[in-house]
Design a protein around this ligand. Structure first.
Ligand code: ADP
Ligand code: MG
Length: 283
């Protein structure tokens, strides 16, 4: 598994804006970022607001071009429209607000929109749409109106839209931020299934630590830079360092850290095990 699907090399990106006097004042969004994703990997990207996560996501999907440095998607640099289209056949995107991604008035038409744009044959589109809706557990809602669905259901329809384009990689920019706990869980299960069962590479941008815990690798951003990366257990052992970047740790990690019982506990089960062991040992 060491084929790189996404590769950022020394990428710098800023937005043009005007300051109060109307002079051009570029706003830095990414500074000298090196970042890569291997085929089949599940990478979580963390960082407080304004740290550059969405900018990174949009560069993966050729929505933006970097001001300097290079972004490669399977070796392709999206420096013209044709190559940008090629990149978008490899990397699909799901955004935070499900309502901004719906383009049709019927669920199955919405899912068909992507492959239609790619010029896929109608019979093949039919097959892909059904398969994609099955994969996200939304097949029985195929004739419904998307705006009447719950947030979690809408996000699963958006994911089906990406699946129907058969991209190898999906970048999700805080897909659960606007969802209730049930919707979050539905979406996270779907994303994990896509990764494990379909082999789709996942880049999940999130501010929920418990979502990052389940990734293969965690990347932490701060002020447009990648400041930490490693396996979840390693990253969540560095409690104070995470705090210095404005992030919390999962509650179970925090509890064991406060109790002085040890670092790198990732979930409730491990926390219970750790406490039981410590209390048992003290008896
Ligand atoms: P995040 O997703 O981590 O919140 P962003 O990538 O959205 O971070 O933003 C990084 C920086 O770029 C922030 O300072 C933000 O204010 C700025 N920024 C983002 N989008 C724009 C834009 N369209 N115009 C101007 N500045 C922007
Ligand atoms: Mg963002």
């Amino acid at each position: 598994m060491d084929e790189k699907i996404i590769e950022f090399e020394n990428v710098t990106m800023f937005y043009d804006a005007d300051d109060e006097e109307g002079n051009k004042a570029p706003i830095p969004a990414l500074s000298n970022v090196d970042f890569s994703v291997e085929k089949g990997e599940f990478v979580a990207v963390l960082g407080h607001n304004g740290s550059g996560k969405s900018t990174l996501a949009k560069l993966c999907n050729a929505i933006y071009e970097p001001n300097s440095g290079v972004v490669r998607v399977k070796g392709i640099v999206a420096d013209d429209d044709e190559k940008a289209d090629e990149v978008r056949r490899i990397v699909g995107m799901v955004f935070q607000n499900p309502d901004n991604q719906i383009v049709a008035t019927i669920v199955e038409d919405d899912v068909a929109f992507g492959p239609e744009n790619l010029g896929v044959e109608p019979s093949e589109i039919r097959r892909r749409v059904d398969e994609a809706l099955e994969a996200v557990n939304m097949y029985k809602y195929r004739h419904r109106e998307p705006h009447k669905l719950s947030g979690g259901q809408k996000q699963r329809v958006a994911i089906a839209g990406v699946l129907a384009m058969q991209t190898e990689c999906i970048v999700l920019d805080e897909p659960t931020a606007m969802l209730d706990p049930v919707g979050r869980e539905e979406v996270m299960q779907t994303v994990h299934r896509m990764n494990k069962e379909m082999g789709i590479t996942v880049v999940l941008i999130t501010h929920f630590m418990d979502e990052a815990v389940k990734a293969d690798r965690v990347v932490v951003m701060d002020s447009g830079r990648v400041v930490m990366q490693g396996k979840p257990r390693e990253i969540f052992s560095r409690v104070e360092e995470l705090r210095s970047h404005g992030l919390d740790v999962p509650q179970s990690t925090e509890l064991c850290h406060i109790l002085g019982y040890g670092e790198g506990v990732l979930n409730v089960d491990e926390c219970v095990e750790m406490i039981t062991e410590k209390l048992g040992g003290a008896r």
